[in-house]
Design a protein around this ligand. Structure first.
Ligand SMILES: CC(C)(COP(=O)(O)OP(=O)(O)OC[C@H]1O[C@@H](n2cnc3c(N)ncnc32)[C@H](O)[C@@H]1OP(=O)(O)O)[C@@H](O)C(=O)NCCC(=O)NCCS
Length: 434
């Protein structure tokens, strides 16, 4: 088949350039040859917020935003959520294939045996203020792990890389549970190796004086499904941060801390916390129409709605809605669900939302489940960060081993002053307060 090319004609001088098109993209560097003269730097693209720029080739996650499709390594998210455990999916994301039974056993064993935190980490975490936001604690603690495992800098050694990967996936629930108990003033609970990944997380969160924690299996499975849904989402803001920071050959603990910091923002992983605040603000079902009217008039955004990539129903939101029903059978119905359902119903038939293709995203229902499970909104993003660590690490490893990748360093369009004459301090006249 003939290779696709594109011809660009520069109206400044009539010169034409034929550029190859591969996978629906042209290489930005191919534009550099387009110059108006020998002193011209060459043409660049301008793409604030990377709305139309592919920064890497990736074989991990596929999204078709128009059709509402999400696949990890070629498997539909719905199939993985129905048939797999989170650790099985983490293996798939990182190694590219679903594990055999013996591979899975080894993987689960290895992760289970990396759940303990060094005692100094516990002391470090005790130093946080009693009401410290758990995301701040999480980000700082992940970064602090870098001081305990200095060998993690050896990022080009596959065995060392794998070791850090096990540590990060294994320790995330432990750190997350410690941030939770710190706020409540409860003593920290050590991991229990007899339990599954999510059961052990529940043990570290909720164990009181009983000698052995018994996790509710429906809740444990619901958490596992939520973890699968949140495990990766291709080049989102935090993943891009992971790749960007990691491209400087920073160790994986510091890179993961940076990614988690990006996740903390309300436009990213913080959105589910914002959804709950919004539902509280609305207060009751009958106030939904007035709230939607306010949003349409430009007063804020409907949190949990809209997505940079999905211009259709987020497939994860559908699975979460189903999971919510399972959880509510145990915990009782969360009153906020009725407000959320009404909000969804009204928004989905409103011209403003239809025109802009704004549908509920993963954060719309996840917060309601988390609240029913007993988590305060401050914990929601922490719950997102645990599974997303598997995705961050898969993407980081792919970046490290990609010969095309280099330190991430975008260009800019300079719009400041041209070179100016320096004025000494004494001659600068009256101050203008800025
Ligand atoms: C996710 C999000 C950041 C994507 O933003 P984006 O791709 O930059 O989309 P834009 O901000 O360009 O939105 C396009 C239009 O839809 C509107 N819009 C987008 N999300 C909206 C929302 N949640 N509520 C109301 N209007 C919204 C924008 O105001 C804009 O309208 P305009 O064309 O009249 O100016 C954005 O939809 C948002 O802020 N959603 C709420 C936060 C959230 O749920 N985040 C979690 C993402 S998983």
């Amino acid at each position: 088949m003939k290779e696709r090319t594109i011809k660009i004609v520069d109206d400044a001088n009539g010169l034409s350039y034929t550029l190859p098109v591969e996978n629906g993209t042209i290489r930005a560097m191919d534009l550099r040859q387009i110059k108006t003269g020998p002193d011209d730097f060459g043409l660049m693209t301008y793409d604030p917020a990377f709305t139309n720029t592919a920064s890497c080739r990736s074989a991990i996650t596929y999204i078709d935003g128009e059709r509402g499709i999400l696949q990890y390594r070629g498997y539909p998210i719905e199939t993985l959520a129905e048939h797999c455990t989170f650790l099985e999916v983490a293996y798939l994301l990182i190694f590219g294939e679903l594990p055999t039974q013996s591979e899975l056993n080894t993987w689960v064993f290895d992760i289970t045996h990396h759940t303990m935190l060094h005692e100094t980490v516990k002391k470090f975490m005790e130093g946080f203020r009693y009401n410290a936001h758990p995301m701040g604690m999480l980000v700082s603690t992940i970064a602090a792990l870098s001081t305990i495992y200095p060998e993690s800098k050896n990022i080009f050694d596959a065995a060392t890389r794998k070791h850090q990967l096990l540590r990060l996936i294994g320790k995330m629930p432990t750190i997350a549970a410690y941030t939770y108990r710190h706020q409540l003033g409860l003593p920290y609970v050590y991991p229990d190796n007899d339990l599954s990944y999510t059961e052990n997380f529940m043990n570290m969160l909720w164990k009181m004086v009983e000698p052995k924690y018994q996790a509710n299996s429906v809740m444990a499975r619901a958490l596992d499904i939520l973890f699968i849904l949140h495990a990766d989402h291709e080049q989102n803001c935090s993943t891009n941060t992971m790749r960007c920071v990691g491209s400087a050959q920073t160790d994986p603990f510091l890179s993961t801390a940076a990614a988690a910091a990006a996740l903390a923002g309300p436009l990213h992983g913080g959105a589910n916390e914002a959804v709950l605040t919004m539902l509280d603000e609305i207060g009751s079902k009958d106030k939904v129409p007035a709230y939607v009217k306010k949003i349409k008039e430009g007063h804020g955004k409907l949190m949990g709605f809209g997505h940079r990539v999905y211009k259709n129903y987020d497939p994860r939101a559908k699975i979460i809605k189903w999971t919510a029903e399972q959880v509510f059978e145990i915990t009782g119905r969360n009153a906020k669900l009725d407000i959320a359902l009404e909000l969804e119903r009204i928004a989905l038939q409103d011209e403003y939302f239809i025109q802009r293709k704004l549908y509920p995203n993963v954060d719309f229902y996840s917060g309601i489940i988390y609240q029913a499970m007993g988590f305060k909104p401050e914990m929601f993003t922490v719950l997102f960060a645990i599974p997303r660590t598997a995705g961050w690490l898969a993407q980081w490893q792919e970046m490290i081993t990609d010969p095309e990748q280099k330190i991430s360093r975008p260009r800019q369009v300079y719009v400041g002053e041209n070179m100016r004459q320096f004025v000494p301090l004494a001659e600068r006249g009256t101050a203008v307060r800025r």
